[in-house]
Design a protein around this ligand. Structure first.
Ligand SMILES: NC(=O)c1ccc[n+]([C@@H]2O[C@H](COP(=O)([O-])OP(=O)(O)OC[C@H]3O[C@@H](n4cnc5c(N)ncnc54)[C@H](O)[C@@H]3O)[C@@H](O)[C@H]2O)c1
Ligand SMILES: [Zn+2]
Length: 375
C-alpha cells in the first residue's frame, strides 16, 4: 500500500501531522498507536457515517491492541447545540472515559467541531484525533484547531482553540459523500488557490473533474495543497490576531450573508455559500478596479463549471425568494468577524492576491449586490 502524504502543522508544543491518502481508516490503529496516552479510544461519529465506517475504524484500533468504542450523535448541524453537546459529554463519561482515553472524531465538520470541543473540556482536556470524512472537513475544519458549538446568538459562538494529536484524511471515504457535499468542500479547495497560490488555481482548473470523479492521486494532491496552505497560515497566526488568518475568510463575508438569509439550512450549504461569495469578492474587486474583469470572469467560470450554484435566483431551487441588498449588508454587519461594526472584506488584486480591507465604498457594494440579485 502506498504511503500517505504527510503535512506537518507546526505549532509550538502542539505540532501534529495530517496524513492523507487512500485506505487510512484501516490503518488508523497502527498509525495512531504511538501517540496514544493509553490503550483506549472512544470514536465519536454521526448516525450517517458510523454505519459506513465506524466498525472498520474500531477494528483497526482493536487490531492494534487498542480498546475502541463508538458513540453516535444525530447527523447535521443540530448536533452542535448545547443540548446535544451535554448529551455527548454524559455519554462519554458513561463510557468511563478517563484522562488517558483519546477521542476520535469520525465524520464531517460537525462531528469534528463537537468532538474537539468535548475533548478540550472533558476532564479538563483529553487528547483527540480527527478522521474527517467530508472534503470540507479534510481541507478546512480539521486543520487549525478551532472547535465549537452554536448558540441562539449564532454559529460557533462557544468554543476553544484545541489541536488534535493527528489527522487522518482517507480519500476513499469521499466516494460515499453526496455530490453536493463534495462540491461544497471543493469550493474551499479553490479558495486556497485564489488566496495566494495562482499555480494551484491553474491546477484546479485542469484537474477539478478528476478530483470530483474520484482520482485518488489527484484527490490526495488537492487535499495536501489545501492543508499545506491552511497550516502555513494557521502556524503564522494561530489565534487570528493579525489579518493573516482572516485571509481564509475569502468569500466568507458574502457567503455568511447568503447563509444567514437562507437560514443556515439545506437550501444553501456553507461551501456553496463560499463559492458564490468568492465570485462576489472577485466581482466587487473588479468593480473597484483592484482586479481585472477577465480574472473575475475566469473565477466565476471555473466555479460554475463544476456545478456550484452562483446565481442567487437559483439558490435552493427557490425562484421566488426575494433577495435584498440592504438586508444582505445587514447580515454582514452582524457577522462576528465584523470588528466593531466595521465590515471586513477579503478582496483581491487578482487570482492568488487576496488581502484584507475595512474600507469598501458602500454604494459600490450595494451596486454589486443589486446586480447579483438581478442576474
Ligand atoms: N473548525 C473549523 O475551523 C471549521 C471550518 C469550517 C467549517 N466548520 C464547521 O464544519 C461544519 C460543516 O462541516 P461539513 O460540511 O463536513 O458538514 P457535516 O459534518 O454536517 O457533514 C455533511 C453531511 O455529510 C454526511 N457525511 C459525512 N461524511 C460522509 C461520507 N464520507 N459519506 C457519506 N456521508 C457523509 C454527514 O453525516 C452529514 O449529513 C459546520 O458546523 C462548520 O461550522 C468548522
Ligand atoms: Zn468556510
Amino acid at each position: 500500500m502506498s504511503e500517505p502524504r504527510i503535512v506537518g502543522v507546526n505549532l509550538a508544543g502542539r505540532s501534529y501531522d495530517i496524513a492523507i491518502g487512500p485506505g487510512l481508516i484501516d490503518r488508523a490503529g497502527a498509525l495512531a498507536k504511538k501517540l496514544l496516552a493509553g490503550p483506549r479510544v472512544v470514536i465519536v461519529s454521526d448516525e450517517t457515517v458510523a454505519p459506513l465506517y465506524g466498525a472498520r475504524l474500531a477494528a483497526s484500533f482493536t487490531n492494534a491492541g487498542i480498546d475502541a468504542a463508538v458513540v453516535t450523535v444525530p447527523a447535521g448541524e443540530s448536533s452542535k447545540e448545547f443540548a446535544g453537546f451535554g448529551r455527548l459529554l454524559s455519554d462519554l463519561l458513561d463510557r468511563g472515559v478517563d484522562r488517558k482515553t483519546t477521542l476520535v472524531a469520525l465524520g464531517g465538520g460537525v462531528v469534528g467541531d463537537l468532538t474537539g470541543f468535548a475533548a478540550s473540556v472533558l476532564l479538563r482536556g483529553v487528547d483527540f484525533i480527527q478522521v474527517p470524512t467530508t472534503l470540507l472537513a479534510q481541507v478546512d475544519s480539521s486543520v487549525g484547531g478551532k472547535t465549537g458549538i452554536n448558540t441562539r446568538h449564532g454559529k460557533n459562538m462557544v468554543g476553544t482553540f484545541y489541536q488534535p494529536r493527528l489527522v487522518l484524511a482517507d480519500t476513499e471515504v469521499l466516494d460515499t459523500l453526496p455530490r453536493r457535499e463534495l462540491l461544497a468542500g471543493y469550493a474551499e479547495v479553490v479558495k486556497y488557490g485564489l488566496i495566494d497560490d495562482p499555480a494551484f488555481f491553474d491546477w484546479c482548473e485542469a484537474n477539478a473533474a478528476a478530483v470530483l470523479e474520484g482520482d485518488a492521486a489527484k484527490r490526495t494532491y488537492a487535499i495536501e495543497q489545501s492543508c499545506l496552505a491552511k497550516a502555513r497560515i494557521v502556524a503564522a497566526d494561530e489565534r487570528e490576531t493579525a489579518d493573516l488568518r482572516a485571509l481564509l475568510n475569502l468569500g466568507h463575508t458574502f457567503g455568511h450573508a447568503l447563509e444567514a438569509e437562507t437560514g443556515f439550512g439545506p437550501d444553501l450549504l456553507h461551501g456553496e455559500a463560499v463559492g458564490a461569495g468568492m465570485a462576489m469578492a472577485f466581482d466587487l474587486s473588479a468593480r473597484i478596479g483592484l482586479c481585472s474583469e477577465s480574472e473575475a470572469a475566469r473565477v466565476n467560470r471555473h466555479l460554475a463549471s463544476v456545478g456550484l450554484p452562483l446565481r442567487l435566483r437559483g439558490i435552493g431551487g427557490n425562484n421566488s425568494r426575494t433577495w435584498d441588498s440592504a438586508r444582505l449588508i445587514g447580515h454582514m454587519r452582524g457577522d462576528k468577524k465584523a470588528a466593531a461594526g466595521r465590515l471586513t472584506f477579503v478582496l483581491v488584486k487578482g487570482i492568488g492576491q487576496a488581502f484584507v480591507t475595512r474600507d469598501v465604498d458602500e454604494a459600490l457594494l450595494r451596486g454589486m449586490l443589486d446586480a447579483a440579485i438581478a442576474a
